[in-house]
Ligand binder design. Structure first.
Ligand SMILES: *Cc1c(COP(=O)(O)O)cnc(C)c1O
Length: 428
């Protein structure tokens, strides 16, 4: 068994991987200091390689709404494992998970399984272009849709804190086909559509952006975008990689009663293993190969272990009424934090929450867009983050990420967290 310390693993990792990591935000670049390695997590607790426990608000970036190492998922994985890890032919679990997704998300009439959110978003864009015969797409500043070329333009998540939201290596000719709009600004959207509507294949958005902090849509904004798309023959793509199965079984589209043409799911649908999906109107999905002329494929797509984990997690969420519990925990955390902010007379902190998603922005101004989020105090966030970490609370290591509650978080965990936040606000 590998019992090396976090520090010694980090030293070696820096020699092996660019920035020491296999996904940028893990490097702690946005907050400074060294990231910790982990070899074990259970429930709401993640341990670093030196055995120190943390209350975890990252929860694998939202993939684990029931917490780490859930026994039901573990049992499902062991059962699937005994039957083989990958077949290269269709397996029954793909059909079972697809049926559960379709029943939960009515706009999804047909779907394709993939292995990552990036892959699903990339395919959605290609499919929208193939279906409409148009080349332009529209996204919103601060929304993250994975790292395919067309979508890595003014993107959120790690792309925000690593210098360039616009990556090197994306050909200008391609980036020019991606128009970027400010979030929560219907006038800007209307203007763009008035000029170029007939050339726009698709609008892609996170219905509740959670990759530049949490930026809920203003009332009516999503309806306005749906109307603009309808008026111009443009497809509306909801990237529900975070919100899917988190804001309720039907995701954000159920909560806001909007029917997108295409939907991306990820994170929760894989139960902690690599799986994602792209679904939507049957007439659009039928354009995918081998039925249609838009190509997409994947050696490990619909992988039986990933399907087993996703199935077990989603079924267990439904059985245990996880969404009601997540809302209860979120509401409790919100009232405690708002009390604390009031008690401390903190007018330089904005607290946002929706269901089990929440974040703090260190600014006195209301935050409804990426621009406003970027105006928050990053240095204070870094001090705040490290104070929490010292106290055994792990928040996402960036001022532009969202915290995730799981059903494994107890009221006592939240109570401890609020005390730690009080101390961290003092120290930052
Ligand atoms: C995480 C995320 C993605 C990318 O998913 P990967 O599996 O990391 O490729 C896409 N969209 C949103 C909204 C995400 O949060």
């Amino acid at each position: 068994m590998d019992d090396r310390s976090s520090a010694s693993l980090w030293k070696e990792a820096k020699e092996l991987f660019p920035g020491g990591v296999n996904s940028p935000v893990r490097s702690f670049r946005a907050v400074g200091g060294e990231p910790f390695f982990s070899r074990r997590a259970a429930g709401a607790t993640i341990w670093d390689a030196d055995g120190r426990p943390y209350i975890d608000y990252v929860c694998s970036w939202g993939a684990l709404p029931l917490g780490h190492a859930h026994p039901v998922i573990e049992a499902a994985l062991l059962e699937a494992l005994a039957e083989g890890t990958s077949f290269g032919v269709p397996n029954p679990r793909e059909v079972r998970l697809a049926n559960i997704i379709r029943a939960a998300v009515p706009s999804i009439e047909k779907l394709r399984m993939t292995s990552s959110g990036t892959e699903s978003c990339m395919t959605a864009v290609r499919l929208a272009r193939g279906f409409t015969g148009r080349d332009k797409i529209v996204k919103f500043a601060g929304c993250y849709h994975g790292h395919s070329d067309s979508l890595l333009v003014k993107a959120g998540s790690g792309a925000l804190t690593h210098g360039e939201p616009d990556s090197a290596g994306v050909p200008t000719a391609l980036a020019e086909l991606t128009a970027v709009l400010p979030w929560n600004d219907p006038v800007a959207a209307r203007d763009l559509f008035a000029r170029e509507g007939k050339e726009i294949a698709a609008v892609i958005l996170e219905p509740v952006p959670a990759n530049a902090g949490l930026l809920p849509p203003l009332p009516g904004f999503l309806d306005q975008i749906r109307d603009l798309c309808d008026q111009h023959g443009t497809l509306l793509i909801f990237d529900e990689v975070i919100t899917g199965f988190r804001l309720g079984m039907g995701g954000a589209q159920e909560r806001f009663a909007i029917r997108p043409d295409l939907t991306i799911l990820g994170k929760i649908v894989g139960g902690g293993l690599p799986a994602a999906a792209l679904g939507g109107r049957a007439d659009i999905l039928e354009r995918l190969a081998p039925e249609g002329d838009v190509y997409q494929a994947g050696t490990l797509s619909g992988n039986p272990l990933a399907m087993a984990a996703g199935l077990a997690q989603i079924k267990e969420m439904e059985r245990s009424r996880a969404h009601a519990r997540l809302e209860e925990l979120g509401a409790f955390l919100e009232s405690e934090i708002r009390d604390l902010l009031r008690r401390r007379g903190e007018c330089h902190v904005q607290f946002h929450r929706m269901a089990s998603l929440f974040c703090l922005f260190f600014t006195e101004n209301p935050v409804c867009s990426l621009e406003a989020a970027l105006g928050s105090d990053r240095k204070r966030f870094a001090h705040f983050f490290h104070s929490l970490l010292r106290q055994g609370v792990f928040f996402p290591p960036s001022p532009f990420e969202t915290c995730f509650l799981s059903t494994a978080h107890s009221l006592a965990d939240i109570g401890k967290t609020v005390i730690a936040i009080d101390q961290a606000l003092k120290e930052s």
